[in-house]
Design a protein around this ligand. Sequence first.
Ligand code: SAH
Ligand code: SF4
Length: 406
Amino acid sequence: MPIVPPPRLSEEGVRRFPPGLSGIPPSELTAWLAERGEPAFRTRQVLDAVWRSGAERAADASTLPAALRAALGEAFQWDTTGSTEVTIADGGRTEKALHRLADGATIESVLMHFPGGPGRRERHTLCISSEAGCAVGCPFCATGELGFGRDLLAAEILDQVRAASRRLARDGRRLTNVVFMGMGEPLMNLDRVLEAVEALNDPARFGLGARHITVSTSGVVPGIRRLTALGAQFTLAISLHAARDPLRDVLVPLNRRWPVSEVVAAARDHATATGRRVSYEVVMIGGINDTAADADAMAELLRGDLAHVNLIPMNPVAHTPWEASPPEAIERFAARLRAVGLPVTIRGNRGQEVGAACGQLAAERAGQPAPNAVAWRRRRLEQASLAALRGERTDEVEAVVARTAR
Ligand code: SAH
Ligand code: SF4
């Protein structure tokens, strides 16, 4: 198959298309309708048609008058997720959707079905993207390898949720949880992500309880503080990966800007303000961040906190020299955290057969990186991780700050 270079993306590029209707705040929608001489009750009708009707196009929103449907169809995009390709994995328990947006950007969302059991309701969790690509550049992540394309608009974030909801509704099912764990760093696209979480939580729009909405971040401290200031009980997940700065500098380059102690302090304040446990995510990489010393540093850092630790074996990614930690190493790591009273879950990596790890499917479509680029990156990572294991912090701070300061 020929390798097609990814399109050059920009905010101006996507702004050439009509705005997505789901991203228009209700007050603006009311003003737009009033300009057209529509009565006040239309706002509610249009919101219901957008969020609850299951209509795939404005023309199908049969609760609205035909002239209004036509006007909405001309002024707005009913669905910004454009063409969507769905791949099913895990015997039907995981559905991976690849969306091609108006300007050609490709993003992904993953729908996971968890069966109910005694005392447990069935869950349908959607993992969504907040950016096309990502500027943070964590070396174990396929999205990081893609680099940064552009921020998604609020409607592009929300329409991933609407598309999955429509698919579920066909079988009489409902989405129960939304997690911002797809492509991109949500808190680097802060305004749009906050608009999107408010729309998801708003009873007049998607109406999902704040506790069922999880924002995952690699540690953008001012963003965490703004999420907390919204005042709702949104769940916060921190991609921690290492408790010591030298190693976290390598695994999460943003650590050079906001070090571990600041990230955990902001997360603690979120837990205090909301009464909700913070989830700490740790991608387990063999021989890199899974040693007894790493476990003890993490136990010391989080001991006594309102926290839950998820240990996730690393999914293989082409450009790293690393592999997942062996199961015994993960068990030993978990035991050291549990010894100080921290709740720990060891996760399987769902949907691996279709590349459900962060950004993997989209990365495959962008073409594999050239072998010499892969070899170069591997050498650099080996050197950086060796230095980190010796406890040395490298001096690439300026480059990282420049890349992430937007
Ligand atoms: N940028 C945000 C949210 C998206 S990444 C963040 O980093 O938190 C979502 C999760 O996928 C993160 O916890 C990340 O560490 C994890 N992830 C990325 N690459 C992975 C890989 N190769 N194997 C397993 N998990 C991975
Ligand atoms: Fe970006 Fe998250 Fe991937 Fe890091 S793990 S590169 S922050 S998407």
